[in-house]
Ligand binder design. Structure first.
Ligand SMILES: Nc1ncnc2c1ncn2[C@@H]1O[C@H](COP(=O)(O)OP(=O)(O)OP(=O)(O)O)[C@@H](O)[C@H]1O
Length: 256
């Protein structure tokens, strides 16, 4: 049986400025190797939940364990090194080449030069960019989609077991986004890592996730397979999300 990769027990986060629960008593158990998507509207607590998993934020209540270890007892820097993190604003280092960007964490970990060079080539190929073409370019010389691929390569560099992806394709055009989704599925299938992917797009969530977490106002409304959620929505919010997606389908059917 697969090991539990992430266990979230009764976790809450209350921002002092507003006094309301951004994340409200969340319980989740995620198995190693799963591709989990977190779906919810703006402000539903998706990013806050993700940031508590890599200790960018601390929960006000509850606990989080990664492979059985409570992260509150670990050095936050160590936790972050064990987790790959990709965000919408990729945040590549502008004055470093693509090679230097991808090599940043292995360099911090003091890998030897030959191992780093081989890893950079391997990762660029994995994300679909020819190493010889892209290695010596700077981030500004890449398209948004290519930068996002580099962000993914950089996050994978030290071979973390868990990848957190916060709307990584949010600012990408529809066609590139579809290609990136397919590539991400291929990469996930080959790597056996646990992926947690945040999106507000129901089609993206249902296409990528083997299970989907639906969030609303800090709470988990449903956590199940796309098929089960589509056939048995747990509450009115989930039902309305599915209904809105079906409305869009009808719109397209009406056009052709
Ligand atoms: N640093 C902060 N200080 C105060 N309130 C915050 C902070 N970050 C988020 N919030 C509030 O917490 C709630 C959850 O925010 P969060 O960013 O986690 O939502 P989200 O689902 O990721 O939204 P989006 O899809 O828009 O990124 C929101 O009501 C937001 O206004």
């Amino acid at each position: 049986m697969a090991q539990t990769a992430i266990e979230i027990s009764n976790v809450s986060k209350i921002y002092s400025q507003t006094g309301t629960y951004a994340v409200d008593h969340v319980n989740l158990s995620i198995e190693e190797g799963e591709f989990i998507t977190i779906l919810g509207s703006s402000g539903s607590g998706k990013t806050t939940l993700l940031k508590m998993i890599n200790r960018l934020y601390e929960p006000d209540e509850g606990s989080i364990t990664l492979f059985g270890e409570n992260i509150a007892a670990l050095d936050p820097v160590l936790v972050r090194r064990r987790i790959g993190y990709v965000i919408q604003q990729v945040g590549l280092f502008p004055h470093m080449t693509i090679k230097q960007n991808v090599a940043a964490v292995p360099k911090l970990l003091k890998w030897d030069t030959a191992k780093i060079a081989a890893r950079v080539d391997e990762l660029l190929s994995l994300v679909g960019l020819t190493p010889a073409v892209f290695k010596s370019r700077y981030p500004a010389q890449l398209s948004g989609g290519q930068q996002q691929r580099i962000g993914l390569a950089r996050a994978l560099a030290s071979d973390p077991k868990i990848m957190l992806l916060d709307e990584p394709f949010g600012a990408i055009d529809a066609i590139t986004r579809m290609n990136l989704q397919d590539e991400l599925l291929r990469i996930h299938g080959g790597l056996k890592k646990t992926f947690l992917f945040v999106t507000h797009d129901i089609n993206e969530a249902f296409k990528l996730g083997n299970r989907v977490i639906v969030m609303d106002q800090g709470r988990v409304c449903q956590f199940d397979t796309p098929k089960n959620i589509a056939s048995s929505p747990a509450d009115g919010f989930v039902a309305s999300l599915i209904a809105s997606s079906r409305e869009q389908e009808k719109f397209w059917e009406g056009l052709v």
